[in-house]
Ligand binder design. Structure first.
Ligand SMILES: C[S@@+](CC[C@H](N)C(=O)[O-])C[C@H]1O[C@@H](n2cnc3c(N)ncnc32)[C@H](O)[C@@H]1O
Length: 223
């Protein structure tokens, strides 16, 4: 998708991507570390179902402060790519609490510092709303997955076009993106997944009881 709409993204040269630093990145990391799960209890059943039975080499993009460690099986070999270095101490502490050895890298989904076809699973929870370039990010996810590998996602998405909530999301987006580290409340993420070239896509739409970012999708795509 290339249309210049609230769902669009601007092509970005990965060489220009530097770690997220500064006061807003620091405050965002502190905020993420203080909430166990950003969308609270509503998301827990989806995490249990989708994350609980994953095995092998797993890459988590944008893992934040590490709220997902608690859901993974003990045999998961975890690698994370997180562009905000202020998240890293929280992530490491969370991993240590769970007794996990982790491989944490600084980087962006648009240019994953990960070998081709080296992962059995890629996980994204509440990250695709914030990436700069969704098409490039999904191409990167496919690149690093082994054939037959799974991309598992739980994301908040745009409300139905023309709905009152969608108008609110569109109106709030600039302020929301500024305050929430580039998060877009109005992205039709499922459309990008449909066009990303996966062999199979299974997803469900559901709503959670929070303001603005109520509509969600959860599911997986197979390479
Ligand atoms: C709302 S937080 C979600 C964190 C965590 N996944 C969770 O479920 O709580 C968004 C995360 O995506 C990261 N992020 C933002 N843009 C990114 C990008 N282009 N590539 C990878 N991660 C990104 C942020 O630094 C942050 O850790």
């Amino acid at each position: 998708m290339t249309a210049n709409s609230p769902n669009s993204h601007h092509p970005i040269d990965p060489a220009l991507l530097h770690p997220k630093r500064g006061l807003r990145a620091r405050l965002f990391a502190r905020m993420m570390a203080q909430v166990d799960d950003v969308h609270g209890d509503f998301i827990i059943p989806y995490k249990r179902r989708l994350l609980g039975d994953l095995h092998g080499d797993l890459l988590e993009i944008g893992p934040g402060a590490g709220p997902n460690f608690a859901y993974y099986a003990a045999d998961v070999h975890w690698t994370g790519v997180e562009p905000n270095p202020y998240m890293h101490p929280y992530l490491r502490a969370n991993a240590a609490t769970q007794g996990r050895t982790i491989d944490l890298r600084t980087g962006y989904t648009e240019a994953l510092p990960v070998e081709d076809e080296s992962m059995d699973v890629v996980v994204s929870t509440l990250v695709l709303c914030s990436v700069y370039d969704l098409d490039v990010s999904l191409a990167e996810v496919r690149r690093v997955l082994r054939p037959g590998g799974k991309f598992v996602f739980i994301e908040h998405v745009a409300a139905t076009t023309g709905s009152g909530l969608r108008r609110v999301q569109n109106w709030l987006q600039p302020l929301w993106s500024f305050a929430a580290d580039g998060c877009h409340p109005n992205r039709e993420i499922w459309r990008y997944l449909e066009e990303a070239g996966f062999a199979r896509l299974e997803l469900e739409h559901f709503n959670i009881d929070v303001p603005v970012v109520k509509p969600h999708i959860a599911g997986y795509a197979v390479k």
